[in-house]
Design a protein around this ligand. Structure first.
Ligand SMILES: [Zn+2]
Ligand SMILES: [Zn+2]
Length: 147
C-alpha cells in the first residue's frame, strides 16, 4: 500500500498507531502513560509497557471518564525511587474516588490533543481499587476488542 522505502531506523521513523484500533495516528491523539509504584503493577487492559495512544474515535469514552478525575501537582521525579512512587507521593488522595489514600498507587500521565474537555497535560494517581476499575473499563470498551 505504501510506496515509502521500508527502512526501520530508530524512533524518528516509527509510526504511532492507535492502541485499540491500530489505525495510524496523526497529531490528534490522546496519550496516557501509566507508572505503577513499587507495590503495584499495570492493570489488565493496559499494555505491558504502560502506554496507551488513542485516536479521537477510540479516545472519546476514555476522555469522558478522565474529565471526572482530579489531577494533582506534577510529581518530582527522583533518581532513587520509581516514577510511580513519585506520583504516589504527589497525590494526597486518589484522583478518581478522592476518598482513599492512593497506596500502591498507579501514576497516570496524560497528554491530550483531542478536543477541549481535558487539559493538554495532567498527572493523576489512582488507588488500588480504582486501578482495577480503570482496567476493567478499558477492557470493556468495544474498540478494545481485538480479533
Ligand atoms: Zn483508534
Ligand atoms: Zn480510588
Amino acid at each position: 500500500m505504501s510506496s515509502h522505502p521500508s527502512q526501520p531506523s530508530g524512533i524518528d521513523s516509527r509510526t504511532v498507531s492507535c492502541t485499540f484500533c491500530d489505525c495510524l495516528l496523526t497529531e490528534r491523539l490522546l496519550a496516557l502513560q501509566c507508572y505503577p509504584s513499587e507495590s503495584t503493577s499495570v492493570p489488565a487492559g493496559v499494555p505491558n509497557d504502560g502506554g496507551l495512544t488513542l485516536c479521537p474515535d477510540c479516545a472519546s469514552e476514555v476522555v469522558a471518564l478522565l474529565t471526572s478525575w482530579h489531577p494533582h501537582r506534577e510529581p518530582s521525579i527522583r533518581t532513587d525511587s520509581s516514577i510511580g512512587d513519585a506520583y504516589q507521593t504527589a497525590a494526597s488522595t486518589c484522583s478518581f474516588c478522592t476518598d482513599r489514600t492512593p497506596r500502591a498507587g498507579l501514576g497516570i500521565e496524560l497528554y491530550r490533543r483531542v478536543g477541549d474537555e481535558l487539559p493538554a497535560y495532567a498527572t493523576y494517581t489512582l488507588c488500588e481499587h480504582c486501578q482495577s476499575v480503570f482496567g476493567e473499563f478499558l477492557q470493556s470498551l468495544p474498540s478494545n476488542s481485538r480479533p
